[in-house]
Design a protein around this ligand. Structure first.
Ligand code: FAD
Length: 140
């Protein structure tokens, strides 16, 4: 569909992936109506098209964790706002450390999680075994 572009706009967002769409969405939320989003191909046809759709909550820093938590809350709200399901499923995640460094990182993330009300449990090897066994029973 050919559409004539306006000769001016307060904001021009270039790229209609998740970043551009989110930028335009949030500007509109803040009342900036004079916004154009330019996409050279189709909306979400870039990297966004390839994303597996995982929405992890914990990040390597407090800032990233905060953004991820915000995103999750937004996906929940959006379903109601636009009356269309994004297919969001809250399954939880299991992160397993196989090196000391990764173990340190996960423990740090677990501490940060508490600050942001993200429900995290630190499990030992026996607890993980039990957890996986009960999961396998459910699946097969
Ligand atoms: C295989 C794979 C799996 C992934 N899985 C996950 C996941 O599970 N969870 C997760 O959070 N992240 C995942 N990611 C990362 C995630 O997909 C990206 O971080 C995210 O999609 C980047 O979005 P973006 O809007 O910045 O870029 P893009 O989606 O690439 O959007 C950029 C857009 O700009 C357009 N564009 C470029 N130049 C111009 C121009 N000059 N004029 C107009 N338009 C232009 C492009 O056509 C494109 O549509 C995955 C990535 C890959 C590759």
């Amino acid at each position: 569909m050919e559409k004539e572009l306006p000769s001016s706009a307060k904001v021009v967002v270039i790229g209609g992936g998740v970043t551009g769409c989110s930028t335009a969405y949030h500007l509109a939320k803040f009342g900036w109506k004079d916004t154009i989003l330019l996409e050279r191909d189709q909306l979400t046809s870039g990297t966004t098209w390839h994303a597996a759709g995982l929405v992890s909550q914990l990040g390597p820093s407090a800032g990233v964790t905060k953004i991820r938590k915000y995103s999750l809350e937004l996906y929940k709200k959006l379903e109601k706002e636009i009356d269309f399901s994004s297919g969001l499923k809250l399954n939880g995640a299991l992160s397993i450390a196989t090196t000391k460094g990764r173990w340190q990182e996960l423990k740090r993330q677990a501490t940060t999680a508490q600050l942001f009300d993200v429900n995290v449990e630190v499990l030992n090897i026996d607890q993980i075994k039990k957890f996986i066994q009960s999961l396998m029973k459910k699946i097969f």
